[in-house]
Design a protein around this ligand. Structure first.
Ligand SMILES: Nc1ncnc2c1ncn2[C@@H]1O[C@H](COP(=O)(O)OP(=O)(O)OP(=O)(O)O)[C@@H](O)[C@H]1O
Ligand SMILES: [Mg+2]
Length: 179
């Protein structure tokens, strides 16, 4: 995986496959502490402790199309290359929280990539799921909460082309401001 944003997309899609109605994505870039933290949290069906014990094994998957599940183990590999780690907390019937840390300035840390595209792809492809995206960089922060947008839209779906282009503008402006 070239960019961290693609890992985020992959892990968020796991949450959607697990039946989540809300996915929270939080990114914190703390340059002073040289720490990058990415948290992806869902309220999907969760995983059992037995399954959790082996989920980072690249040969574990419940997919039927392909025997190898790589999403989580590749993300863990990217984290470890940048002196970090990937941790999973999960409870059956409650949801799953993936916490990934990395050294922000590590020479082998993958670039963040296009987070605006990741968020937009998730919203466009899953208009009935809510996404709460929080991106902090030092003292600056950007938040996008589709629950707030949804409440203003009434019957208009989140993936209506005009809504998507408004969200796209909001992401570009908001992420531009914290850079
Ligand atoms: N958030 C989640 N909630 C519930 N189960 C999950 C979650 N994330 C992963 N899993 C379980 O762990 C397995 C492995 O996930 P992983 O992302 O590593 O591979 P995959 O999704 O099966 O395949 P790939 O990501 O390579 O397309 C999944 O098949 C699923 O059963
Ligand atoms: Mg996956």
């Amino acid at each position: 995986m070239e960019d961290l944003s693609l890992h985020v997309l992959d892990v968020a899609e796991n949450g959607i496959s697990a039946g989540a109605s809300v996915i929270r994505i939080s990114i914190e870039e703390n340059l002073e502490a040289d720490l990058l933290t990415i948290v992806i949290e869902d309220n999907g069906k969760g995983m059992s402790p037995e399954f959790l014990d082996k989920v980072l094994d690249p040969f574990v998957t419940t997919r039927s199309t392909r025997r190898v599940g790589l999403g989580l183990s590749l993300f863990e590999q990217s984290a470890m290359e940048a002196d970090g780690a990937l941790n999973i907390e999960s409870t059956i019937g409650i949801g799953t929280k993936i916490v990934v840390t990395m050294r922000h300035g590590h020479i082998d840390r993958k670039p963040m990539g296009d987070m605006a595209s990741t968020i937009l792809t998730l919203i466009e492809g899953n208009p009935s799921v809510d996404f709460v995206y929080n991106h902090k960089k030092d003292a600056k922060a950007y938040v996008l909460d589709t629950r707030e947008i949804r409440s203003e839209l009434g019957a208009v779906p989140l993936n209506h082309p005009q809504v998507v282009s408004l969200i796209k503008e909001n992401l570009a402006e908001g992420l531009g401001q914290i850079q």
